[in-house]
Design a binder for this molecule. Sequence first.
Ligand code: HMG
Length: 445
Amino acid sequence: MTSVGIDAIEIWTGNLKLDLPNTFAPEKGEDPEKYTKGLGLNASSFPDSYEDIVTMGANAAYRLMERKGLGPEDIGRIDVATESSFDKSKPISTYIAGCLEQVFDGDFHHANKGERKFACIAGTQCLDDAYNWIKADRSRGRAALVIATDTALYARDDPGEATQGAGAVAMLIDEDPNVVELSNEQGYGSADETDFLKPQQQFPSVDGKRSMQVYLARMREALEDYESVAGASHPDDFAYVPFHTPFPGMVRKAGLLAYRHMIRNTPIEEELAEEIGRQPRREEYDDETAYEDAVREHMDALKETDAYRTWYAETIEPTLTISREVGNWYTGSVHVARVSALKHALENDLDLAGSTLGVGSYGSGAEAEVHAEVVADGWREEIESITIDDQLDARRSITFEEYESIHDAHNHDKDVDTTELTTPSAEFVFDGWGRMGERKYRFVE
Ligand code: HMG
């Protein structure tokens, strides 16, 4: 069979913007540099009162189908990844299909629809499902629509409030894809963890510091599993490494860990040994604490080396550009990182076709997945069509008071009347409640 992968991508950001260093930090009595330098974030995207996971997902999918000239008959599967669902039975994919049927001729009655939940990794799992479905020859020549959509909101005054965001990524999975070809080179690291969860509640219970440790531990496990399939990895294997990005500071830590792992027992480690010594090996230490201290010290030295800084600047930094302006989009976040990297290649006129991306996805609870994908010949044209820069510029900046009222408007436990801060145009909007408590939507010209 021909190759299978991502044929097209569209991104939809929430229409509001919260400036973190200038609007949020002063109200919290914090140094703005905690955001810009520490977490690596300039702003968060927020949904206006008429936006939610359905409108954002439908808006991304609508633009994708329009641009590709597709109708409902071309889509055999709609999978939505979200951890912000407001319904425990009816999947968000049916709501989105209902929206799309308002604007396209025909219907999605013969498309299989579902919803995937596993914190932030569910978007990547949906890609896998779509890939497997096409590879199993069950698609009848149709493509799959994967939509990752979330409103990543935390309770007010939770430390996670700094990393909020809202947006959706729609991806078309098909044969002979234009953006990237997926492969069998894939590894998992998963364990029963209690780092971030929402037991019957809208906003997460988070053990923030622990969640960062779990992210790194599972990512390393996934990388080792990946290598059991693909062979030992090397920093030069990948043009870019897009990671799940809850905030860029997290990826700074993941990048360093991955680099240390990949250069072990390579000539790069030998060259660096003259400057910073060899990496500590566990068997050289009797005591675990002494070993961990030595590793920490080595990592601090490694991150200052020219070799690492150059690799990071070329391979990781370009994946973070959009994230810095939008915050965490949970399921969409790693897919935003991929777009960010490909945009960087486009803007710098790099010849990327045939290059490999190493993608590190993560979901709390917890699971990491590392896979390789190969950039396809048509990537340039696809990425040129993405309008995220214009969308980001068009967001309306909100004051701290507006932020408070928008947060309340999206809080399921609060019943507040909030006016719209922006005027929707050519997009789906929330249109009130139906008789069975369902949410209703309409398209605004
Ligand atoms: P915090 O305690 O508010 O922040 O929580 P902090 O004091 O740790 O500061 C953050 C960083 O800024 C630190 O950098 C500080 O040093 C630095 P680090 O030492 O770690 O490299 N900093 C400064 N830098 C320069 N100038 C300054 C300054 N001040 C501080 N003046 C925390 C941070 C991430 C814990 C919090 O935001 C949180 O709980 N976030 C939510 C959980 C999260 O995002 N975890 C990430 C891993 S889990 C994950 O990715 C899954 C997730 O997406 C959910 C899912 O899967 O569904 C969350």
